[in-house]
Design a protein around this ligand. Structure first.
Ligand code: APR
Length: 184
């Protein structure tokens, strides 16, 4: 677990189930159809309930690297920001750029809507096969860079489902924040 302050935003890592997070928005690791799935997507749709699927159907999908927001319905979180990560084996040199875009677009949407707290899972690190250390490096750099340039978020929390991801994301957040000279 780690927790650092970057330009007025607390950036932290915790072990847990993202569908239980009580934040302004949880980020869903969705697919381009936005019609549900397993992993994070399954947990979020189970917790939100059938109204979420109805709202998602009206969104007409989402491109890889982009993000779209819905209400949280039965979740403790007020909103869900659905983003579509890259499939690692299909992305080649574009993988990091697309994964960075998922994080940037999600935080842009949060700020556009005046949200203060966002929880991310380890996007693309499950079914989509992104190596955890590489994904953590991209996610940490993108989040630290974004909050350095865009004040307004109070909390960005990475919610990791296993110890391997928790260790990787904690180390990368501390590295990225330390590189920018930010306080713990
Ligand atoms: N809370 C937090 N993290 C979770 C949870 C949960 N409830 N369930 C799984 N994870 C972790 C996984 O262990 C992995 O580290 O989230 C990470 C992302 O895994 P996936 O959910 O498989 O997401 P992703 O790799 O982006 O694949 C997306 O999977 O579920 C389908 O519909 C989804 O097609 C899409 C694809």
């Amino acid at each position: 677990m780690s927790s650092v302050m970057v330009n007025g935003t607390r950036v932290e890592t915790v072990r847990g189930d993202i569908s239980c997070e009580q934040v302004d928005a949880v980020v869903n690791a969705a697919n381009r159809a936005l019609l549900g799935g397993g992993g994070v997507d399954g947990a979020i749709h189970r917790g939100a309930g059938p109204e979420l699927l109805a709202e998602c159907k009206a969104l007409n999908g989402c491109d890889t690297g982009d993000a779209k927001m819905t209400r949280g319905y039965g979740l403790p979180a007020k909103h869900i920001i659905h983003t579509v990560g890259p499939v690692y084996s299909e992305s080649g040199p574009n993988a990091a750029r697309r994964l960075a875009s998922c994080h940037r677009r999600s935080m842009e949407i949060a700020i556009e809507h005046g949200l203060k707290s966002v929880a991310f899972p380890a996007i693309s690190c499950g079914v989509y096969g992104y190596p955890v250390d590489e994904a953590a490096h991209v996610a940490a750099n993108t989040v630290v860079e974004f909050v350095t340039e865009h004040p307004g978020l109070e909390l960005v929390r990475f919610v990791l489902f296993n110890d391997e991801a928790l260790r990787a994301f904690s180390a990368q957040i501390e590295r990225a924040a330390g590189a920018g000279g930010h306080t713990p």
